[in-house]
Design a protein around this ligand. Structure first.
Ligand SMILES: Cc1cc2nc3c(=O)[nH]c(=O)nc-3n(C[C@H](O)[C@H](O)[C@H](O)COP(=O)(O)OP(=O)(O)OC[C@H]3O[C@@H](n4cnc5c(N)ncnc54)[C@H](O)[C@@H]3O)c2cc1C
Length: 362
């Protein structure tokens, strides 16, 4: 790496690839051992599968939490790791991990964020979530201009003619929201049935019957361009016809699919789409690169949040040993260790509670 590039890199003990439940708890376990972490995720928010796939579903198998929704679990983890102030770098994929001659790692993301890390912990779950793309010739040329897979700024669509593709919650929610400010909205879906909240579906048909938006059952077969800009789509409909629909912007909400992506190119021993690790350190075949949570593989592996949490504790001790070989680390309890309580930022509270014990009555 050139000196200029290394100057820009954030120096850290560990880069955690993935901000799912396991990646988040890894921050906690490293923090207890006095190690700093930077967390990167391709999604714009933390929580991995919990937030992206089932935020409102109840989880019943987290120890000592009889029930909480997936969203609540992530909120509680975020609160629990707050004392360790890990850097969160969201909306960017880790594209490069390279072991340097000195044993440290050069890590880089799709947005050009750079890290100089003593270790890398891959908590990438089933891979980086990516939007399902419109697979018709030439479509990718218009991405970020007139073809969108996310809404970053609603104002872009004000007073415009929009075509929205999809039949799930995101497609319906955005159709309803953008109908208020767009000039026209046409929702295109391959069936006249939707996999979305019943209230959104009824509202959609109410607006359609009132002439506020349009619905076209069919599939996009090709894009239409005018002066190099995306200007419409050809949609084949169940009656066997192909209709041309003019547009200013095309929004595609076909959901997300996980892709192992660049992780597959870092020289790690893979078993199908998982990374082989040992069960004492959760280290991969590359010293200093560890893997925890759904992405790792070892005899008896179970893809459960509970198992991932256990793995983070052992991986943290192994990272500490990797960074400071030979230095003894004693197991300490958060209940009784002043050092851990200082790291957690609760030492003063505990001292105050002891010098002013609560008055007992009765
Ligand atoms: C519907 C459903 C219900 C479930 N219910 C339960 C349950 O009740 N109990 C239970 O224990 N488990 C349950 N699970 C499984 C549980 O959600 C997973 O075990 C857990 O999410 C794994 O956590 P993780 O942090 O390892 O990975 P994930 O949650 O998958 O997070 C990984 C993150 O890494 C990111 N990432 C990957 N590659 C990159 C990269 N190169 N750059 C940047 N970011 C990257 C991804 O975007 C993702 O956000 C359920 C799963 C589903 C789908």
């Amino acid at each position: 790496m050139s000196p200029e590039r290394s100057k820009l890199a954030t120096v850290t003990d560990a880069v955690i690839v993935g901000a799912g439940p396991v990646g988040l708890f890894q921050v906690f376990e490293l923090g207890l051992l006095g190690l700093r972490a930077e967390v990167i995720d391709s999604l714009p928010q933390i929580g991995g599968q919990c937030t992206e796939l089932y935020p409102e579903k109840p989880i019943y198998d987290i120890p000592a939490v009889p029930v909480c929704t997936a969203r609540e679990l992530i909120e509680r983890l975020a609160e629990q790791i707050r004392p360790f102030a890990a850097g969160m770098h969201l909306g960017q994929e880790v594209t490069r991990v390279e072991r340097r001659e000195d044993g440290r790692f050069a890590v880089e993301t799709s947005r050009g964020t750079r890290f100089d890390a003593g270790s890398v912990i891959i908590a990438g779950g089933v891979g980086a979530f990516q939007s399902r793309r419109l697979a018709v010739p030439g479509a990718e040329r218009h991405e970020g201009n007139r073809l969108h897979y996310r809404v970053k700024d609603q104002d872009v669509f004000r007073g415009r003619d929009l075509v929205i593709l999809g039949g799930g919650d995101s497609a319906l929610d955005w159709t309803l929201a953008l109908t208020q400010s767009a000039r026209s909205v046409v929702l295109v879906h391959r069936r006249a049935e939707f996999r979305a909240a019943p209230a959104s579906v009824s509202r959609f048909f109410e607006l359609r019957d009132a002439g506020k938006l349009d619905f076209l059952e069919g599939q996009v077969r090709a894009i239409i361009e005018a002066d190099g800009e995306l200007s419409g789509v050809h949609v084949s409909t169940p009656d066997g016809l192909t209709r041309a629909v003019a547009l200013d912007h095309l929004l595609v909400f076909w959901g997300l699919h996980p892709k192992l992506g660049p992780i597959a190119e870092w020289g790690l021993n893979l078993n199908r789409k998982t990374i082989s690790v040992d069960t004492a350190r959760f280290q991969t075949n590359i010293p200093g690169i560890f893997a925890v949570g759904d992405i790792n593989d070892y005899p008896g592996k179970k893809k459960l949040i509970l198992s991932g949490f256990h793995e983070t504790a052992l991986a943290a001790f192994a990272v500490r040993e990797h960074l400071r070989p030979g230095e003894k680390v004693h197991l300490q309890y958060t209940t009784t260790s002043p050092l851990l309580q200082r790291r957690l930022g609760v030492a003063e509270e505990r001292a105050a509670a002891q010098s002013h014990p609560a008055v007992r009555t009765g």
